[in-house]
Design a protein around this ligand. Sequence first.
Ligand code: FAD
Length: 416
Amino acid sequence: MRFSFLNLAKQALSAHRHWPEQWRFPEPKAEYDAIIIGAGGHGLGTAYYLAKEHGLRNIAVLEKGWLGGGNTGRNTTIIRSNYLWEESQGLYEHSVKLWENLSAELNYNVMYSPRGVMMLAHTVHDIQVFKRHVHANRLQGIDNEWLTPEEAKEFCPILNISPNMRYPILGAALQRRGGTARHDAVAWGYARAASAMGVDIIQNCEVKGIRRDPSGAVTGVETTKGFIGTKKIGVVAAGHTSVIMSMADVRMPLESYPLQALVSEPIKPIMPCVVMSNTIHAYMSQSDKGELVIGAGTDAYTSYSQTGGLHITTHTLDAICELFPNVRRLRMLRNWGGIVDVTPDRSPILSKTPVKGLYVNCGWGTGGFKATPGSANVFAHTIAKDEPHPINAAFTIDRFKTGRLIDEAAAAAVAH
Ligand SMILES: Cc1cc2nc3c(=O)[nH]c(=O)nc-3n(C[C@H](O)[C@H](O)[C@H](O)COP(=O)(O)OP(=O)(O)OC[C@H]3O[C@@H](n4cnc5c(N)ncnc54)[C@H](O)[C@@H]3O)c2cc1C
């Protein structure tokens, strides 16, 4: 769909037309075939695919707060699949393909908008790295192309390509199929579709403990609404995964950090795509309401606080004003933070665990929104079949013992 105010208004109206008047908000049953901990996009999507593709209907999603109140409703919605390593390309491309049909599949407008994601190069090193990505992606049939600074400006006219900038733009890698979606719509769309198939979605239900039998296999969860029995538990609780996994004595290779974002006051459309700069660390797009959506970085220190240091956002705004000087006088409308959990190689874990009946989906760091449909789809397979899907087979916890890492951290330095 083309970028115009009329289309934005149409999209917004159609997203709200399906508001869930027929929803059930049940109390938990005594026992389920499977329990998902965490009602973000990944958890709700997992429940949806368990019900739809694997016929498991006696399942529940337990959420300590409200639907999509975690990172799913806090992110800057960048979607792309231009990762370096084949394992990541397989996972994120699977996701992009599901995004393309998700609104129709869920009968809920998730406002997926493939408006293009452009990643700026400011140094010779950036040029080499991004060109390597372009070639690696194209070998796998994934679109990615190299642009000169002039071509980059043509794609995003408000971009400053002056050679006198502190970090001049030397070129850019563009994935045209990359883009954005509406984050809370993804949670609500999956929730409504899963609920319609009989999945119980239980909010205000915090998991406090995991019970196991003498053989070590899981038998259920202790929650603020009492004990609930099950033989399969999928943990999908970004930022809090280590806390929950420690209830089953599993130590995770994860650190949790605050990550922030902010939006400007709404203005007419000026930004036709997503622009990211890893080097000076800033990225921006424009939401369907007209706000400029700006992503900041993670704090330098681990924390479970959903805020983050002010200096992180001011640093980002400095970079934004340099890249887009004509937004300098805009006021910021609001800012917020989420808690992301990060693995040593900055790739996710989608895996069985050493505990029978316990599965984990975590470690998406700053970039798991884009993966929501693909991750949920293969995680449902892993739980239903008790073995990984070929797409997530490499994303095990074991890789931190064997050393067979999927090192997107070194490849990209940033992973939104
Ligand atoms: C500021 C910011 C910007 C981002 N930008 C991007 C981006 O542009 N592109 C991108 O791809 N990704 C981005 N991300 C990352 C992305 O948001 C996450 O990777 C993704 O949303 C994770 O989804 P989830 O469903 O796993 O987690 P969440 O949506 O966080 O869901 C987990 C849920 O688990 C619940 N929970 C936790 N503990 C318990 C418990 N004990 N019992 C019951 N429930 C519990 C939480 O309340 C939460 O609702 C960003 C993140 C942030 C914070």
